[in-house]
Ligand binder design. Structure first.
Ligand code: PRP
Ligand code: URA
Ligand code: MG
Length: 212
């Protein structure tokens, strides 16, 4: 498994505002959108392209364009939904599959309440988007769904990861596929409630308000 921490002054600045407990939801949503576009630029460095000849007003240019089959973007609801528009802005031809997953606050196990993915993902490049990689339970379960459907090339884009989650992901899926994690930061640890420290709190709640 590859871990890529995108260290860029603009990413670091936006992340500092995102972390601030005083940042209101509207600004938080805007920053998530901007951050994912910057991270997606790194994460798509190896997106498959093909040769194409384009006739400019002057001559034929030998160019490269995105190749088929199209990549698939998979936001993990709820919080991953806040990253979808920023991602598809960069990859407008990508298909979008959805996973609705919720971590149980007490057991930390993951419940999947929605699964809308193509049956066959063989040969597809998959980009999973979820702002927080904490214990890793959610991302491991999400990547398992993709591998069951034949995917072998998965990039997860997170805003903040915990070392515990990175290790859990490596142990669970690192050998079974070409998995890359792109994140803006790897934080210190998890607290007793498995929240990332210092983190930014509950990403879903900060994007959409508290529902439970
Ligand atoms: O690595 P883990 O320990 O599994 O935790 C990470 C998950 O927790 C958050 O979602 P949450 O379960 O709070 O659902 P939400 O997006 O609906 O708020 C986050 O968006 C991840 O999906
Ligand atoms: O810190 C955390 C951990 C899990 N989910 C979040 O939204 N934040
Ligand atoms: Mg949440």
């Amino acid at each position: 498994m590859r871990l890529l921490v995108a260290d860029h002054p603009l990413i670091n600045h936006k992340l500092s505002v995102l972390r601030d407990a005083r940042t209101p939801s509207a600004v938080f949503r805007l920053l998530v959108d901007e951050l994912v576009t910057l991270l997606a630029y790194e994460a798509t460095r190896e997106v498959r392209t093909e040769q194409v000849d384009i006739t400019t007003p002057v001559a034929v240019a030998h160019c490269r364009r995105l190749a088929d089959p199209r990549p698939i973007v998979v936001p993990i609801l709820r919080a991953g939904l806040g990253m979808l528009e920023g991602m598809t802005r960069l990859l407008p031809t990508a298909e979008v599959g959805f996973l609705g997953m919720k971590r149980d606050d007490d057991t930390l196990e993951v419940e999947t309440y929605a699964n809308r993915l193509p049956e066959d993902l063989s040969g597809r490049q998959c980009f999973v988007i979820d702002p927080m990689l904490a214990t890793g339970h959610t991302l491991v379960a999400a990547i398992d769904y993709l591998l069951e459907r034949g995917a072998r090339d998965v990039t997860a884009i997170c805003l903040i990861a915990a070392p515990e989650g990175v290790a859990a992901l490596e142990a669970a899926v690192g050998q079974r596929a070409n998995v890359t994690v792109v994140t803006a930061a790897v934080d210190d640890s998890l607290n007793e409630h498995a929240y990332i420290v210092p983190g930014l709190g509950d990403a879903g709640d900060r994007l959409y308000g508290i529902v439970d």
